[in-house]
Design a protein around this ligand. Structure first.
Ligand SMILES: *Cc1c(COP(=O)(O)O)cnc(C)c1O
Length: 389
């Protein structure tokens, strides 16, 4: 969502295909998590367009809730939020390059110091600019992504004590397996992090704020909540894996909807869509829906997924195209303009709820719920419900 380049989704023409985000559900999920982790605080994670929910709108919403911190992956995500007037502290979680440090200072963004060299570069740049850099130290306890290894962390902590132009607000680590059924490796990671933190105790120094828990650990490892938790997918109402213990009730904030734009009867033996991968041995009614892999509805869902029309689930047949896909309604009725739910819930005639979850779509597509959400691209307009506005 670059600032000077409006997306086609912003042009005010309401396309039948859109995503609805229920801001009140985000509030409920935030409060449910906050209640469980207290006295720890919650840092909402907004990377990748707020897991597809829309970076700026979601950040504004959490800012109104008074969250203590926001987390993004990249510098440019943080800059965008500042350009849109968000004043909440923002941590950029990802790795950085030395030449980015001045931008962190200009935009009052907190950076992740993931090595002694980067911390020193940061301190030097801040000194040159006559400013103080806000820093969170990153310890690698077993992810092998960024951060100083737990077994050689002392030098980073030592260096940080001497960085006069850095305000070291926090120290953090990240779990590789906290959403698994077997928490052995996650517990090892937490123990390693605690050993690193002993550095402060041994010297009688106050430790900076500590944070480690992502959604899996928020749900399954209360001992990892420490001073703050970093809530991503759980905040959006989606559980990180099938096997994770669902200890906190959350509900999905996002629904993905479209409408029927075409209806036809297909004769037996007449294949549907590219590659002719599907055909029927009897006459069927088929509707066309204006959404496709060009919107982020995975092509791997071809012949593998279902949608909800008039409170009933029907299969997607044939290949998902770039902008359209076909649904078999057998001999039932659907009309042009009928709502089609790709992800979300609907009531049916008898009042029961019919739902297609992110987890289901992920299973059908052979991926994880995170990728289903972040893959919904900017061509799809976002509509916000609830909240203060
Ligand atoms: C993405 C991310 C999170 C949030 O993860 P979820 O599993 O979505 O809760 C937390 N911390 C870091 C460093 C991350 O990259």
């Amino acid at each position: 969502m670059p600032i000077n380049q409006p997306t086609i989704a912003d042009n005010g023409i309401v396309r039948p295909t859109h995503v609805e985000i229920d801001l009140d559900r985000l509030t409920d999920n935030y409060q449910a998590i906050q209640k469980v982790v207290a006295p720890a605080t919650v840092m909402p994670i907004l990377k990748a367009n707020a897991y597809g929910h829309g970076l700026v709108a979601v950040a504004r919403h959490f800012a109104t809730l008074g969250v203590p911190y926001l987390g993004v992956a990249f510098l440019e995500e943080g800059i965008l939020l500042r350009e849109f007037g968000i004043t909440t502290p923002i941590l950029v979680l990802g790795g950085i390059l030395g030449n980015q440090v001045p931008l962190f200072l200009d935009y009052d963004l907190t950076l992740t110091a993931s090595s002694v060299e980067k911390l020193t570069q940061t301190n030097d740049a801040a000194r040159t600019m006559g400013r103080t850099a806000k820093v969170h130290l990153k310890i690698d306890t077993g992810m092998e992504r960024i951060g100083v290894h737990y077994y050689s962390a002392a030098e980073l902590l030592e260096t940080a004590l001497a960085c006069d132009y850095c305000q070291v607000e926090a120290i953090f680590s990240h779990f590789a397996n906290s959403d698994a059924a077997d928490l052995t490796s996650a517990r090892t990671q937490l123990a390693r992090f605690n050993e690193v933190l002993d550095f402060y105790r041994r010297r009688g120094l106050p430790a900076p704020r500590r944070h480690m828990a992502n959604s899996g650990a928020i749900l399954q490892m209360p001992e990892s909540h420490l001073d703050m938790v970093r809530a991503g997918i759980l905040l959006y109402g989606v559980y990180p894996s099938d096997e994770v213990q669902r200890t906190i009730p959350v509900r999905p904030a996002l629904s993905w909807k479209s409408q029927v734009v075409y209806f036809k009867v297909v004769q037996p033996g007449h294949p549907v869509s590219y590659g002719s991968t599907w055909q029927s041995d009897h006459m069927v009614r088929v509707v066309t829906v204006p959404v496709g892999y060009g919107d982020g509805y995975f092509r791997s869902l071809s012949n593998h997924s279902e949608v909800i029309i008039r409170g009933k689930r029907y299969p997607v047949i044939g290949r998902v195209c770039m902008d359209q896909m076909m649904v078999n309604i057998e001999w039932e009725s659907a009309y042009n303009g009928d709502e089609v739910i790709l992800l979300g819930e609907a009531g049916n005639a008898t009042g029961e709820k019919v739902t297609i979850t992110c987890g289901e779509l992920a299973r059908w597509a052979g991926t994880i719920p995170y990728e289903i959400l972040t893959n919904i691209n900017t061509r799809v307009p976002r509509i916000y419900l609830g909240g203060d506005e």
